[in-house]
Design a protein around this ligand. Structure first.
Ligand code: B1M
Length: 238
């Protein structure tokens, strides 16, 4: 933790983020994310960018790596929901700074995507990252948020007529809802015109194919790569 005073009032050595080397700063960011210190994460993110780090590297080495440790300790019962929420909030503080840099692009829309975290699931960090990276690759993205029902996906498909529908699920209990959405799209006669991409930590390729999706994307970079490839293939066939 940065800038703390201990219980007996004795001043601890103050951590000045700007004085740390890059390696020290990354370690400090992992600790600050663990402690849910959003302001410190924002400051350190800016420092790394000022030092010439590409936004993607800051994202992976500082933010995603920090959240991985949080995830492990959450799984092992060392951290609990309130602490994880604070950590997620601090990750968002860093992502807010990286967002405009990651989506900076002069290209025409490569395609359109509607994306949401499925019903029953409120995890949105990964889905927002995918959304951001897709925008960065020139896609127009309609982000439906979390806890998204089939009806909301359908309404967005009717309104925006996207090339792609993207679904995210982080819980084994919410993954099956992706099939509800795919089946609903089939029933409404909408499935054939759409590319359905799914992602989230508990999924895999086999699951994606079993529910009738076109592909499983293990991370945001794969989502961009897969979306670009499948949209180009569809357009070539049209
Ligand atoms: Co939750 N949670 N959580 N949680 N949480 C997990 C997912 C869990 C694995 C933790 C654990 O036990 N180790 C576990 C799930 C177990 C399981 O089902 N197998 C779990 C649990 C159990 C729960 C609760 C049930 C806990 C409780 O209340 N008892 C509860 C459920 C709430 C609900 O959704 N109904 C819950 C709550 C929460 C918080 C609210 C505290 C918070 C979410 C805050 C938020 O998102 N705003 C939270 C968090 C932060 C996590 C962990 C720690 C981190 C998730 C994350 O953001 N990862 C997570 C453990 C973990 O995954 N390490 C955990 C970083 C993110 C960048 O990665 O989301 O995987 P990820 O996204 C990647 C890829 O998966 C992929 O690309 C992204 C970027 O590379 N991807 C897509 C994701 N979506 C995609 C969509 C696409 C394509 C690719 O579409 C095309």
């Amino acid at each position: 933790m940065s800038d703390t005073v201990d219980d007996v009032g004795e001043e601890e050595a103050e951590v000045v983020l700007a004085d740390l080397s890059d390696d020290e700063l990354i370690v400090q960011m992992h600790e600050d994310m663990y402690d849910g210190l959003a302001e410190e994460i924002a400051e350190a993110t800016r420092l790394l960018l000022d030092r010439g780090w590409p936004a993607g590297r800051v994202l992976e080495e500082a933010l995603v790596a920090g959240m991985t440790t949080v995830g492990i300790d959450f799984r092992d019962g060392i951290l609990f929901v309130p602490e994880v929420l604070l950590a997620a909030n601090s990750m968002k503080a860093g992502m807010t700074i990286l967002r405009p840099i990651l989506i900076e692009t002069g290209t025409q829309p490569t395609g359109k995507m509607v994306i949401g975290t499925v019903k029953g699931d409120i995890h949105d960090i990964g889905k927002n990252l995918v959304s951001m990276m897709m925008e960065g690759a020139g896609f127009e993205v309609e982000n439906l948020g979390v806890n998204t029902t089939f009806e909301e996906f359908l309404a967005a498909v009717e309104e925006h007529e996207p090339d792609i529908i993207g679904m995210s699920a982080l819980l084994t209990t919410t993954m099956p809802y992706m099939k509800v959405v795919v089946d609903g799209l089939v029933k409404e006669g909408r499935r054939d015109k759409l590319i359905v991409l799914v992602g989230g930590a508990p999924l895999n390729e086999e699951f994606a194919l079993s529910i009738g999706a076109d592909a499983y994307c293990r991370d945001a970079a794969t989502a961009v790569e897969t979306a670009t490839k499948l949209v180009a293939e569809r357009r070539a066939q049209a």
